[in-house]
Design a protein around this ligand. Structure first.
Ligand code: SF4
Length: 177
């Protein structure tokens, strides 16, 4: 079963209604556990959890330090395109914005990679807007193997894709989406 299959079984209307049924005791019980169920997560996101936010934040901080240590990762964003078919009110790349649109060619991407590499950057986040026709899998098949040659870690922000396309991105050299 994929994440999408499980997601489709959830009723957000019911979840929202049920969230008002959780009690402070259920929130505290969820906070005390080391492994949470879906119901525990709902308790922690319910209105009853508001009174416990400082304790929840303390536990989140403790777990983050335990699992990752006091580390900071540096990465550079690399914008491949500012084409977008979406409208997000906070974003300057939204479709209705009257800006000059640009999608990098292979040669331009290589120049960007070389410039980042010269700065000592070894981890990049590729940003693509959301335009599945002009900045979709065909574009990624060409570009990602080229970019991968320069960096040891690649992440990609991209429109929702099919499961098989995520698998293909992994084959192409993407570490995270
Ligand atoms: S680039 Fe991303 S955040 Fe900006 S409008 Fe498109 S989808 Fe929204």
């Amino acid at each position: 079963m994929t994440f999408h299959d499980i997601w489709q079984t959830l009723s957000w209307h019911d979840t929202q209604l049920n969230s008002h049924n959780y009690t402070a005791q259920q929130v505290q019980a969820a906070m005390a556990k080391s492994k949470l169920t879906l119901s525990d997560l709902q308790a922690l996101l319910s209105p009853a959890a508001v009174a416990f936010l400082p304790q929840i934040a303390d536990k989140a901080l403790r777990l983050t330090r335990q699992r990752f240590g006091a580390t900071v990762q540096f990465y550079a964003p690399l914008y491949l395109s500012n084409l977008c078919a979406n409208e997000c009110s906070y974003c300057g790349f939204s479709m209705s914005q009257k800006i000059k649109r640009k999608t990098l060619t292979v040669e331009e991407v290589e120049q960007e990679c070389q410039a980042l590499k010269a700065l000592g950057i070894d981890q990049v986040l590729l940003l693509t807007g959301e335009h599945e026709h002009k900045v979709g899998m065909a574009y990624f098949r060409t570009l990602i193997p080229v970019i991968r040659r320069y960096f040891s870690s690649l992440q990609l922000e991209v429109q929702p894709l099919a499961v098989s396309e995520y698998a293909e991105l992994r084959q192409l050299g993407v570490d995270a989406v």
